[in-house]
Every structure is written in structure tokens, then in C-alpha cells.
Ligand binder design. Structure first.
Ligand code: GLC
Length: 435
């Protein structure tokens, strides 16, 4: 205590006598005070928030862990959303419309870009990435990420629908995989008559974005079109479009597809096909890994080929896929861009794809030996991606798809006939587009 008293007395004397000591003390006290205020703020990590489709949450967790380890100043808050693309879109849309969106990153379906960009909800990424790096991504994916020549999204996985078929059943019956709509009906019926399977074909018929993605393939494979993005011409009431819907109706009417298909999303179809009771399925490549899991009744008995089409026309797979945009309202655009670069990198994609079977958005991964060993259908899909079926890249896409979903669903459930459905859908779409 005496020592302390001595020090105190000496310091008091110094304070009285020395101007230098007084100045130095004041500066030190001020600096310490400032540090006490600033340090806790600076050491708080930046938090990046985004909404994630429910099925992607588990495979994304280890990726986020790795990113956070490599970037100690950034934390990721991944909020689990619903599954259907249109429902996640609605949530993201309302967050912007209400103002003060909590999201820094937007995991965007390829169809959202024009709307989100036109609304000013996305940061322009054009200047952040070199042409050389951009050219390593698939061209279709990058085109789908642009709006009015600016880049608003960087894809982390692409998608292209395929036709799954049961190799064992076809081999046993001496049949080939179908190429045309008529082939599929015929082969299904043959297998059903032989009691080899209960159902011929499963697909996505529920009223949600998946039905539009599925329909655009039947439409293009039949020579029809939905909306011409340049002229805004609507083709839904043309004979080829009506015939496309009639084909889908016929699968149900002729018991090739179960009536329940009108309520199926991707995973409902996948589960039925996986149970072993169905010959053919339209789905995205994610299903492959699950169909070939050790406990799957169809493990090793599944083949993949491009979508069916009308005779003399070409197959068309819908271009799907997901990519990252940065919210224009984000307070942390630099950290968000770091996350986008990491999530879309070659290494991250490879890890994700080994575990999930999603399709890469980077061209080089289609030649990757480890991936090809697991997913030997990659070359087939890459080819299909050269001429995909596109959902119209227009700013009013969400409403246009909503119209189509409603009328397809009504017609497939038998509430309205195909002609009336497509005429009404075309009329509403024309009103929407102001034509
Ligand atoms: C897949 C596709 C996406 C599409 C969705 C429809 O997630 O990648 O583009 O909109 O399925 O259900």
C-alpha cells in the first residue's frame, strides 16, 4: 500500500509540474478510451444472411463451416426456406417490397434474374469478375444470369432435366428407351401389360414452378413455344401447345401415369420411381445419387437419356439451376462477394457435387475424373445443355409462370379442357405483357 501511495504522490507532482506529462497522459487516456469503444465493434464478425431452399441446407452446412474457418471475420446466417422455387422467390420478393430486406445474398433460380434485376434489388456484378474467369462457366448459365448486358448472378450449379428409365425392365422385355412421346406411351403400356411395373411414367404435375419447367420441355419438344422474349408473342393457344397439354392429359387418362401425378413435385416422383414400380421418370439429375443409394430398390437398374419429343423434332431439356446474387441493400457487399466467389469456386462445387450429384456450372468439372466416375451421364447432359428449353427470360416471368401453372393444373385435374385452358392462359399472358 505504501508503494502505491508513493507512486500516486510522484504522479501528482509530475502532473502539476510537467506540461509534457499532462499532455502525454491526456493523449494516452483518449487513445485507450477510443480503443475501448472501437475494439468490440471491430471484433464483431460481419454476418451475411440468406434464404436457402430446404433440400440444399444439409449439403451446404460443411461448405459454410469451411468458409467461416477461412474468413474468421465473416459469419453466415443460412435461413432454411421452403422447397419450391416460387415459394422462396415470394419470400425474397416480399422482403424487398417491404423494405429493409434482411438478406445480403440471394440464392436465385435462373428464372428470377430479369425480375430482380429490373426491380433494382441486385448489385451489378459485371465489374467484379474478369471475362476470362466468366468464360469458365457454362455459357447458358451466364446468359441466364445477365439482364440488359449486365451480370447479376454467378451460378453455383446448373440443372437440366432428363428422362430416367429402368434398364433392367427394358432389357428383359427387349425394348429400347423411348425417344418420342408415342414411344414412351407404347413402351409403358407394354411393360404395364406384362405386369413388369404398375406405372409407366411419373413427372411433376403440381401447381408450382416445377410444372412450368416440365411443360416447357413438352412444349418445345412438340414444336411449340410459350413467350418469345423479344417480340412478347405468346404461343400458348397454338395447336402445338394445346397438343403438348393433351399429351400430358393422355398419360393420366390412359393410366400410364398415376392420377396423383397432379400433386407431385420432384421428390414425390423420385420416391415412387425409386420404390421400383415405375418404368420412366422426368426429373433433374439430383435424383441419380438417391436412386443409386445402397438401400434403393432400383440401385444399378437406372439409365438416363434426354427428354422425349415429337417425331422429327429435337429433345429439349429445361435449363434450370441456381446462382448467387448480392442484394443491392446489403451493408456488406464486399464480404458477400467473397462468399459468392467461394461458393461458386471449382473446389467448392466439386465437393458439393461429389455429395449430391448436382450439375456443375463450371465447364471443367464435366471432365473431372472423380465426378465422371460417379456420374457418367455428365457428357449427355452437357450436350443437352447446348440446346435447352428456356423458360422466357422476361421481367414478368413470375406472373407468367403463375398463369401457366394455374391453367395446366386445372386441365390436368380435369376441371377444364385443354383448349379452354390454353386459350385462357394465352389471353391472360397477353394482358400481362401488355400485348
Ligand atoms: C430445379 C431447377 C429450377 C426449377 C425447379 C422447379 O430446382 O434447378 O430451375 O425452377 O427445379 O421445381
Amino acid at each position: 500500500m505504501e508503494i502505491l501511495e508513493l507512486i500516486r504522490r510522484n504522479l501528482t507532482q509530475l502532473w502539476r509540474r510537467s506540461r509534457w506529462f499532462r499532455s502525454l497522459s491526456l493523449v494516452t487516456a483518449f487513445t485507450l478510451g477510443a480503443l475501448l469503444i472501437v475494439l468490440p465493434v471491430r471484433s464483431q464478425p460481419v454476418v451475411l444472411t440468406f434464404l436457402m431452399n430446404a433440400p440444399e441446407v444439409p449439403p451446404f452446412r460443411p461448405i459454410i463451416r469451411e468458409f467461416e474457418q477461412k474468413n474468421p471475420g465473416i459469419r453466415i446466417n443460412m435461413v432454411e426456406g421452403p422447397n419450391a422455387s416460387n415459394l422462396i422467390e415470394d419470400l425474397n420478393t416480399s422482403s424487398f417490397l417491404l423494405g429493409g430486406s434482411p438478406y445480403d445474398l440471394i440464392n436465385m433460380d435462373v428464372t428470377w434474374v430479369p425480375k430482380f434485376a429490373a426491380a433494382g434489388w441486385l448489385k451489378d456484378l459485371t465489374g467484379l469478375i474478369s471475362q476470362e474467369e466468366l468464360s469458365q462457366f457454362l455459357p447458358g448459365d451466364i446468359n441466364g444470369s445477365r439482364y440488359q448486358d449486365k451480370l447479376y448472378r454467378l451460378p453455383w450449379r446448373t440443372d437440366a432435366a432428363v428422362l430416367y428409365y429402368r434398364t433392367d425392365l427394358l432389357d428383359r422385355a427387349g425394348l429400347k428407351p423411348p425417344e418420342t412421346f408415342a414411344d414412351l406411351m407404347q413402351t409403358s403400356k407394354t411393360l404395364q401389360d406384362k405386369k413388369a411395373v404398375q406405372w409407366g411414367y411419373v413427372w411433376q404435375g403440381r401447381q408450382y414452378e416445377g410444372i412450368s419447367a416440365m411443360f416447357v420441355e413438352v412444349l418445345q419438344g412438340n414444336g411449340g413455344f410459350w413467350v418469345d422474349p423479344q417480340t412478347k408473342q405468346v404461343g400458348l393457344d397454338q395447336l402445338k401447345a394445346i397438343a403438348a397439354l393433351k399429351f400430358l392429359q393422355s398419360t393420366i387418362q390412359q393410366n400410364v401415369s398415376p392420377g396423383g401425378v397432379v400433386n407431385y413435385m420432384e421428390d414425390d416422383a423420385r420416391r415412387l420411381f425409386q420404390s421400383g414400380n415405375t418404368a420412366f421418370m422426368r426429373n433433374w439429375p439430383y435424383a441419380w445419387k438417391l436412386l443409386n443409394a445402397d438401400d434403393s430398390p432400383v440401385k444399378g437398374k437406372v439409365g438416363i437419356q434426354t427428354m422425349i419429343h415429337a417425331p422429327g423434332l429435337s429433345s429439349a431439356s429445361c435449363l434450370g439451376g441456381w446462382g448467387w446474387g448480392i442484394a443491392s441493400t446489403s451493408q456488406h457487399p464486399q464480404e458477400a462477394w467473397k462468399a459468392v466467389q467461394f461458393f461458386t469456386s471449382l473446389e467448392t462445387q466439386k465437393k458439393l457435387i461429389l455429395g449430391t450429384g448436382y450439375l456443375p456450372s463450371r465447364r471443367a468439372l464435366y471432365d473431372d475424373r472423380d465426378l465422371l466416375a460417379k456420374y457418367d451421364f455428365f457428357p449427355l447432359v452437357l450436350k443437352a445443355l447446348e440446346t435447352p428449353a428456356l423458360r422466357p427470360p422476361i421481367a414478368q416471368y413470375a406472373q407468367a409462370s403463375d398463369i401457366l401453372q394455374r391453367y395446366l393444373s386445372a386441365a390436368l385435374s380435369g376441371r377444364i379442357n385443354a383448349e379452354d385452358a390454353m386459350q385462357s392462359a394465352a389471353k391472360e399472358t397477353r394482358t400481362l405483357l401488355g400485348a
